[in-house]
Design a protein around this ligand. Structure first.
Ligand code: PLP
Length: 426
């Protein structure tokens, strides 16, 4: 559905019923699929034929939603995973193995920091964390002969650093590796990283895409643009025979869909982080209203950021929608219609004031979550980024007194009234 606008794609893409079929995407709650002959099923196992056989690998409900998200991002193909963490893991592990190296922006989600910095290291994959704002020449020094990918977030969670996507794409491509971008906070409504040079896009669909906090999920979208064969020695997993499928070569058999096909038929087969079809159905309902919700989240967050910025008890506010924000110019370029509903700020009274403020909120609730319809609040230093030491906190752009406020889609006056009474207590 390449010609439709994003509002239309959010409703229509991914599933088109045939004559007499269900108008709404059906939940295909079946683990298995039936075939008439042994031979036909055998050919599915050899990837010689397209079709469903076991829901760990592929399921029609999951695939329809993956196709919708791929269309929203402007990619050639997509897949769903059971969480955003699994999506990030697969996206990297699909092209990296022991002895390989990843360059990652230091301002990223705490879970990704742990995954790359601790867990992948145990599998022999090393990561170098770089300041996303550093000049190009500086960043180029982080590349090694074994570097296989560059990873960053469009708008980082929770530091709200806006990525210079073109700079990162240039660096990655100049060194013959793909750029993987986590587009969770921006959503394809506000930014489509592929249009700026990203090769792979990942999402935690748990956040705005779902929008109602009812399912944990992830997605990977392949732009189809990266030329794996031009760097065949770096990516043998895609360009050399896969013994586990009788020697299939993904780039030969699947062309532009090589990356996502490998992630689906190999990683999903072997690691199994697959979403339940019911969860994909719920995610699809969220996607239908995504453009409306994102618009309201951004409107409300802008008002809240302006309110906090003018408040005497507030020391600083991070929100790229504010003209004085460090990332305002990058946001105007990459996110001209708005950034997201998440704001971070610090009170003059630091950590203790932050705790008093949060404990006094009535409408906004303390939850380990962001980016859903309800206004919610979290203290990164004692919650999501609890495992990091002060140095790592600073690198991730998280100060001990920072409050992460996820502005919901309630009425703006009610949100501000709640903040106002809690600030009086702080
Ligand atoms: C939440 C989040 C993740 C992890 O996603 P889960 O669905 O919680 O596993 C990854 N990246 C970003 C930017 C996130 O906000």
């Amino acid at each position: 559905m390449r010609d439709y606008r994003i509002e239309t794609k959010c409703i229509q893409s991914g599933y088109t019923p045939g004559n007499g079929e269900a108008r709404v995407l059906p939940i295909c709650q079946s683990t298995t699929f039936k075939y008439e002959s042994t031979d036909e099923m055998g050919r599915l196992f050899d990837l010689e034929k397209d079709g469903y056989f076991y829901s760990r690998v592929q399921n029609p409900t999951n695939d329809a939603v993956a196709a919708k998200i791929a269309d929203l991002e402007g990619g050639v193909a997509g897949m769903l995973t059971s969480s955003g963490q699994a999506a990030v893991f697969y996206a990297v592990f699909n092209i990296c193995g022991a002895g390989d190296h990843v360059i990652c922006a230091s301002a990223i989600y705490g879970g990704t920091l742990n995954l790359l910095g601790v867990t992948l290291k145990k599998l022999g994959i090393q990561s170098t964390f770089v300041d996303p704002d550093a000049p190009e020449e500086e960043l180029a020094k982080a590349f090694q002969p074994n570097t296989r990918a560059v990873f960053a977030e469009t708008i980082s969670n929770p530091a709200l650093v806006v990525l210079d996507i073109e700079k990162f794409a240039r660096l990655a491509h100049g060194h013959g590796v793909p750029l993987i971008v986590d587009n969770t906070f921006a959503t394809p409504v506000n930014c489509r990283p592929i249009e700026w040079g990203a090769d792979i896009v990942v999402h935690s669909t748990t956040k705005y895409m779902d929008g109602h906090a009812v399912q944990i999920g992830g997605a990977i979208v392949d732009s189809g643009n990266f030329d794996w064969n031009a760097h065949a020695d770096k990516f043998p997993g895609l360009t050399a025979p896969d013994e586990s499928y009788h020697g299939v070569v993904y780039t030969e058999r699947f062309g532009k869909k090589a990356y996502i096909t490998k992630a689906t038929v190999q990683l999903q087969r072997d690691l199994g982080a697959v979403p339940a079809p019911l969860n994909s159905f719920l995610l699809n309902l969220g996607l239908e209203s995504l453009p409306l919700r994102v618009e309201r989240h951004c409107y409300n967050a802008q008002k809240v950021a302006e309110y906090l910025n003018a408040h005497e008890k507030v020391a600083s506010v991070n929100y790229a929608g504010l003209p004085g924000d460090k990332y305002h110019d990058l946001a105007k370029k990459y996110l001209p219609h708005g950034t997201c509903g998440v704001i971070s700020f610090e009170l003059k009274g630091k950590r203790e004031a932050a705790v008093r403020f949060m404990d006094s909120l009535k409408l906004a609730t303390i939850v380990t979550h962001v980016a859903d319809a309800r206004t919610s609040v979290l203290h990164p230093a004692s919650h999501t980024h609890r495992q990091l030491n002060d140095e790592q906190l600073a690198a991730a752009g998280v100060s001990p007194g920072m409050i992460r406020l996820s502005v919901g889609i309630e009425h703006i006056d009610d949100i501000i009234a709640d903040l106002s009474q809690a600030l009086e207590q702080a």
